[in-house]
Design a binder for this molecule. Structure first.
Ligand SMILES: Nc1ncnc2c1ncn2[C@@H]1O[C@H](COP(=O)(O)OP(=O)(O)OP(=O)(O)O)[C@@H](O)[C@H]1O
Ligand SMILES: [Mg+2]
Length: 601
């Protein structure tokens, strides 16, 4: 082994470059960030051969003065911070003073720049590093050619042109999404790929993620100590791949486990396991509350108060996603005016979250007679919502109004009938509504059980205990989990060596087949030992209960029962999906039907 000696400067830089410049896309990211830090309003990117052959980026920012040009290419030279204090509250994308030095160590770089107020531009290249006069109106042009020309081992790791280009495209998108106020253009091999004028966030998101995403997504706007804005896809428009997921913290794209977890948790209850949401989310936080200096490529961050950030993001998304589309429709000005009028009319309505039945049953077409008996479509509705039952008492609807009032306030409309004992057909202002009866009822029960579980569950004592045979494992589980079962509303005890007796069940599930439900619950409980009931565990148990309690297919429902189900869906959070993330209803617009039948063509 040789004696210890200092490494040459170039080799030091080449080693360091390994962390910063992984592939052409990393060069693009660094140089774009420099342009943004320089206050550019317009940025033009030209790539050749996936960025391996050449990356040229022109900006109209404030430029680099003549006597700082050589320094810009040196390691640990930056204009962005001067002290540890600055670092701890850094607001610029760059701060290390490493990027250009790293690029200069592994590619042929030329920097042309005209500083604000400069008589003309200057140019410098990475080899001889002497500024020479150049022609440029304003801003900076960074030209990076032949990536890894002097480090053949690294060059071998580059992928095909198409792959490297795809990475560049993604790097460009991330920055373009974060900065809609900056006009940006990208060309590859002379062909313009993206032409993005400066403008509103919506237009930028639509251009990069598609009009559909924007049209079918839900807008997020949550302000407090932090600020979260952006768009997320509804479960119905989720994707098969994780590809359209963008999270930005103070304008910086990050891949952060904490944030991904908060998003995943907000979707946990409504998204099918094999589907992924699309989102573009922007979190604004005091720079002092987040450390960006934790990853060589600055793609990870660390939050000072991680728990608070997680909760903020989770709740903002959860709130927005819980609103069912049906309920959002009632937020229309007309519907809100009706709600307000109704609330003034009677104090009882003010306590009802969905105080519309009286008013609207009267204008609804068809035979809609809602009395407390028919409200009790699956026994639980009348118990769970006494106000609704009284409010609609004795209201008989007239079939006299043939044409459907647009402002009915019943977004899911009124039932027409049942299809094969599985689907409910209903008519609303837009056209035909199709509801999967079991899936919808399952969600309603599930959400009600969640509410009940958080308080003291109402227990329905059984006149005659339900006794059924149980395996030794079930006997043991029932004994060790007696307390959890009781918390959920089940009074279970041994009735013999191999028999369990149920003396009480949750009032919401009075009609379910008790034995089947308990067999499955005990199975759930056995799988996870009981020490504490976490939210996730609790939800799993409640989902099992909801599934058993929900109305089975092929059960005949009357029209009033069906209408009561529709009203309950409108009043239930997350009612657009069943507990497994499958849709519960869909809409066929009249125009859609007209098109199908070629009407008016
Ligand atoms: N497009 C540009 N316009 C104006 N100044 C620039 C531009 N690009 C680089 N500079 C100047 O060159 C300096 C060095 O840039 P470099 O990217 O190497 O480091 P940095 O941005 O300060 O930190 P980081 O390594 O984290 O990116 C910057 O601090 C900035 O002053
Ligand atoms: Mg930089």
């Amino acid at each position: 082994m040789a004696a210890i000696h200092r490494l040459p400067e170039l080799l030091i830089n080449q080693i360091a470059a390994g962390e910063v410049v992984e592939r052409p896309a990393s060069v693009l990211k660094e140089v774009l960030e420099n342009a943004l830090d320089a206050g550019a309003c317009a940025i033009d990117v030209q790539l050749e051969e996936g960025g391996v052959r050449r990356i040229r980026i022109a900006d109209d920012g404030r430029g680099i003065p003549h006597d700082e040009l050589a320094l810009a290419l040196e390691r640990h030279a930056t204009s962005k911070i001067a002290s540890l204090d600055d670092l701890e509250r850094v607001g610029t994308m760059g701060f290390r003073g490493e990027a250009l030095a790293a690029i200069a160590a592994v590619a042929r770089i030329t920097l042309s720049s005209r500083a604000e107020g400069g008589a003309h531009a200057w140019r410098i290249d990475g080899i001889n590093r002497e500024p020479a006069p150049a022609a440029l109106n304003r801003g900076t042009v960074v030209d990076v050619a032949d990536l890894y020309y002097n480090t053949p081992a690294r060059r071998k790791f580059l992928k095909r042109e198409a792959t490297e280009y795809a990475h560049c495209d993604e790097a460009f998108r991330r920055i373009a999404l974060a900065r809609p106020d900056v006009g940006m253009q990208l060309s590859h091999n002379g062909r313009v790929i993206h032409r993005l004028p400066a403008g509103e966030a919506r237009a930028r998101i639509a251009a990069l993620m598609g009009d559909d995403f924007l049209a079918q997504g839900r807008e997020i706007r949550a302000e407090g100590a932090l600020c979260l804005t952006g768009f997320v896809s509804l479960p119905a428009c989720a994707r098969n791949r994780r590809d359209a997921q963008y999270f930005f913290v103070n304008g910086r794209h990050v891949r952060d486990r904490l944030l991904s977890h908060a998003v995943a948790q907000a979707y946990a209850d409504i998204l099918h396991g094999s589907r992924f949401p699309a989102y573009a989310l922007f979190l604004e936080i005091d720079p002092a509350g987040v450390d960006v200096n934790v990853h060589p490529a600055k793609t990870e961050v660390r939050f000072r108060d991680a728990h608070a950030v997680h909760q903020f993001v989770f709740h903002a998304l959860n709130r927005a996603l819980s609103e069912s589309t049906a309920r959002q429709a009632t937020d229309s000005p007309v519907a809100s005016a009706l709600v307000a009028a109704h609330a003034n009319a009677g104090a009882e309505a003010a306590t009802n979250r969905y105080p519309l039945p009286t008013h609207h049953a009267a204008t609804a077409p068809g035979r809609v007679v809602m009395d407390s008996a028919s409200q009790a479509y699956f026994d639980f509705a009348s118990r769970a919502r006494p106000q609704a039952a009284t409010a609609s008492n004795g209201v008989a609807a007239g079939a006299e109004k043939a044409h459907f009032p647009a402002e009915t306030g019943a977004p899911l409309g009124y039932a027409l009938g049942q299809l094969h004992g599985i689907y409910i057909l209903a008519q609303n202002a837009q056209g035909l509504v199709l509801v999967d009866m079991h899936a919808a009822h399952e969600r309603i029960l599930y959400e009600k059980l969640k509410i009940v579980f958080d308080g003291t569950p109402a227990v329905q004592r059984l006149l005659i205990p339900a006794v059924f045979s149980a395996s030794p494992v079930e006997m043991a589980t029932a004994e060790s989990c007696a307390e959890v079962l009781l918390r959920m509303g089940f009074e279970v005890s041994a009735a013999g060596p191999r028999e369990l007796a149920v003396r009480g069940v949750p009032a919401l599930l009075a009609n379910a087949a008790v034995a089947d439900m308990l067999h499955e619950l005990l199975e759930d409980l056995r799988e996870y030992p009981v020490s504490e009931v976490t939210t996730l565990r609790r939800n799993k148990l409640l989902a099992t209960m909801a599934c058993h309690g929900a109305v089975r297919a092929h059960r005949q429902l009357t029209v009033p029962e069906m209408n009561a189900l529709l009203r309950d869906m409108e009043a239930t959070e997350r009612a657009d999906q069943c507990n497994h993330g499958r849709p519960t209803w869909t809409q066929f617009g009249l125009d859609e039907l007209d098109r199908f039948f070629l009407r008016g063509q």
